[in-house]
Design a protein around this ligand. Structure first.
Ligand SMILES: CC(C)(COP(=O)(O)OP(=O)(O)OC[C@H]1O[C@@H](n2cnc3c(N)ncnc32)[C@H](O)[C@@H]1OP(=O)(O)O)[C@@H](O)C(=O)NCCC(=O)NCCS
Length: 166
């Protein structure tokens, strides 16, 4: 018996079980490892720790691996709410756990938190060349609303600004 694409998508959480939860300090080394493996501009341990412990408006989520083997943290989202806005600063999935829904579930959970805090929209920047991330955001209903010249360093690159009304 072969599965259709949509049947396979429905089964993915059972094949590779995980849960999205609040990030804790003990998750930070796993978060930093994923950041380093994902080609993101570096925030590093101390910056994530500061957000987690000192910013009461931060939104810090971890995807926790429920299988008995492999890394404990398989994805994370780091953002904050400011007035009407939920700003997503970083989101990444461990390279061995991509395409099983982790990124989308992290973003959906972040959006739920933003909604509960009374924000009206989500805003984020994404490298112009990062087509995979843009596919995820577009699937979730984000629109392109701007372009920031030379926003990124190493390598220098423009950012697209993407927005989702919530
Ligand atoms: C972008 C990223 C977070 C996506 O995470 P993920 O857990 O693999 O994504 P999901 O499995 O939730 O994918 C959700 C949807 O996004 C799209 N998508 C994700 N990866 C894709 C790929 N490689 N090719 C095409 N579409 C893709 C699909 O529409 C997918 O839905 P589907 O699988 O039902 O078709 C991940 O690729 C990553 O960590 N990249 C490196 C870090 C990064 O670029 N972060 C964004 C910074 S702005």
């Amino acid at each position: 018996m072969s599965l259709s694409d949509s049947q396979y998508r429905d089964l993915r959480p059972m094949i590779r079980p995980y849960i999205i939860e609040q990030m804790w300090e003990r998750d930070l080394s796993g978060v930093v490892e994923i950041e380093e493996m994902s080609g993101l501009n570096r925030w590093g341990y101390d910056a994530y720790r500061r957000e987690l412990l000192s910013n009461e408006n931060s939104v810090m989520l971890a995807a926790r691996n429920l299988a008995g083997d492999g890394p404990q943290v398989i994805g994370f989202l780091a953002g904050w709410t400011v007035e009407d806005e939920l700003h997503v600063n970083n989101i990444a999935t461990h390279p061995d756990y991509r395409r099983i829904g982790v990124g989308q579930r992290l973003m959906e959970t972040g959006v739920d938190i933003g909604r509960r805090r009374g924000t009206a929209y989500v805003l984020l920047e994404v490298r112009a060349s990062n087509e995979v991330a843009q596919l995820l955001y577009r699937k979730m209903g984000f629109n392109y609303v701007g372009r920031r010249r030379d926003y990124y360093r190493l390598p220098a690159e423009d950012a697209f600004v993407m927005k989702l009304d919530i």
